[in-house]
Design a binder for this molecule. Structure first.
Ligand code: SF4
Length: 107
């Protein structure tokens, strides 16, 4: 099992999750795939130790155990697997990236 960040994260970047992750396995997506929003974070499931520490820190409830991802966000499990290891890890609080609403996108 690992944890998955879904598109509810888009434009939030509160990054509180990154401050509690004991293995620093949360990454900032900076790629150019038009199907993946740039302004979000992803978890590398190979590094995640399933501690659950990030879940209560997320202000938009964007993080789920991979065994409990809502159906409408199910494809985000694979996106985290494929993309997270390719981008910069978030290891510091970055207040400037905090989104204006932090409510997540409409489905
Ligand atoms: Fe990091 Fe724990 Fe969240 Fe996995 S569950 S991303 S190890 S804080």
């Amino acid at each position: 099992m690992a944890y998955v960040i879904t598109k509810l994260c888009v434009d939030c970047k509160d990054v509180a999750c990154t401050q509690v992750c004991p293995v620093v396995c949360i990454y900032e997506y900076t790629g150019d795939d038009p199907t993946i929003p740039k302004s979000m974070l992803l978890i590398d499931p190979d590094e995640c130790i399933d501690c659950n520490a990030c879940v209560p820190e997320c202000p938009v409830e964007a993080i789920f155990a991979d065994t409990n991802v809502p159906e409408q966000y199910a494809h985000w499990t694979q996106i985290n697997i494929d993309e997270a290891p390719n981008y910069p890890v978030i290891s510091q609080k970055i207040p400037a990236l905090h989104g204006p609403t932090c409510t997540g996108p409409e489905e």
